[in-house]
Ligand binder design. Structure first.
Ligand code: ADP
Ligand code: MG
Length: 324
């Protein structure tokens, strides 16, 4: 971007997020210089949000800023890592001041909440696209991997999946909803809360962990496959919010919880002999997670209802078509 690129960076992105002592050099030089704690490993993730693909065109700019960071924080949470620094590659059709200030405010608020400093980036002109890279760390060899599960491990999920997929439906006018439930569901899509603190704590209990971004069933299947096993999920145990139940009914709520997307919750497995310690030390009602199933020897991912395997449609859009 020409003339105003320098001003734009100074105005909106220098000093964005938390101030951290481990940032030797941040925004302003050719690259950032960051100091990792001793005996730690660097954990890095990057994700792009494309206008009209990963968020509806005309989304609130604060939500776009929030989500661009949140999706990356969620990836770090799934590794059990503590986030520290972020870089932002921003492609903008034009330097719209009011859009930029809301976007930066949305990103900065979430960054501060997780003590993340924005330490660099790139600004270019073109169709709206936001790429954020997050860097964090874990004590050496302690990161949570997808591959750490074993047959017999209990499988848990945080939060109430399905809300965000319904919220997107509400946001796009595909799902009729009004009042408090509509507001709650929209908020869950627009401002997801990455489970950073839970992820860090889970290093002491979980065998494997993945963040739920593409639908709980599919992501649980990825965890199971990476662990060389399969997974059975109990339909009746899948947690759903009251707002989602009220809006789409209990059946479709469970189906959305299993196959929706954009949840940014954590799905994790725990060895049988660690479950009691997990439940005692991280009380589920306080930390907000639920047991939903078990890893098994046989490959694949099944949802069981009253002892019978049921099949589910995987298409997000179909969920909002009137049945029959
Ligand atoms: P160069 O092209 O020489 O790399 P830039 O003008 O792209 O320099 O960037 C100048 C400084 O501003 C660098 O420190 C870069 O990391 C930072 N920066 C550029 N764009 C952004 C952005 N969108 N958010 C945060 N920092 C940025
Ligand atoms: Mg540059």
């Amino acid at each position: 971007m020409s003339l105003s690129e320098f001003d734009l960076i100074e105005r909106y992105f220098r000093g964005c997020g938390a101030k951290r002592a481990d940032v030797r050099v941040g925004v302003g030089d050719d690259a950032a210089i960051l100091e990792c704690p001793a005996d730690s490993e660097l954990v890095a993730a990057v994700d792009s949000l494309v206008d009209g693909v990963h968020f509806p065109q005309g989304s609130p700019p604060a939500s776009v800023g929030h989500r661009a960071l949140a999706v990356n924080l969620s990836d770090l949470a799934a590794m059990g890592a503590r986030p520290a620094w972020a870089l932002l590659a921003l492609t903008l059709p034009r330097p719209d001041e009011s859009w930029l200030s809301e976007f930066a405010a949305g990103m900065a608020a979430l960054a501060r909440a997780h003590e993340v400093a924005l330490v660099g980036g790139d600004t270019t002109s073109g169709p709206l696209c936001i790429t954020v890279q997050v860097l964090g760390h874990v004590p050496r060899s302690s990161a949570l991997l997808r591959s750490g599960g074993r047959p017999g491990d209990a499988v848990f999920v945080s939060g109430t999946p399905g809300d965000a997929a319904a919220g997107l439906g509400v946001e796009q006018g595909r799902l009729p909803a009004t009042g408090e439930a509509a507001a709650y569901l929209r908020e869950r899509f627009l401002y997801p809360a990455p489970r950073v603190a839970l992820g860090e704590c889970l290093r002491r209990y979980a065998g494997a962990c993945i963040d739920v971004s593409d639908g709980l069933l599919g992501d649980a299947a990825k965890l199971a496959r990476a662990s060389g096993c399969g997974v059975e999920i109990s339909y009746d145990e899948v947690p759903v919010s009251e707002a989602l139940k009220r809006t789409v009914g209990e059946e479709r709520a469970r189906e959305l919880a299993l196959t929706g997307g954009d949840d940014y919750e954590l799905c994790f497995s725990v060895r049988p002999n660690h479950i009691a310690r997990l439940l005692a030390e991280l009380p589920p009602q306080r930390w907000g997670y639920t047991r939903i199933g078990t890893l098994r020897e046989a490959a694949g991912a099944d949802v069981l209802r009253d002892g019978t395997v049921i099949s589910l449609s995987h298409s997000g859009y179909d969920h909002f078509e009137t049945p029959g």
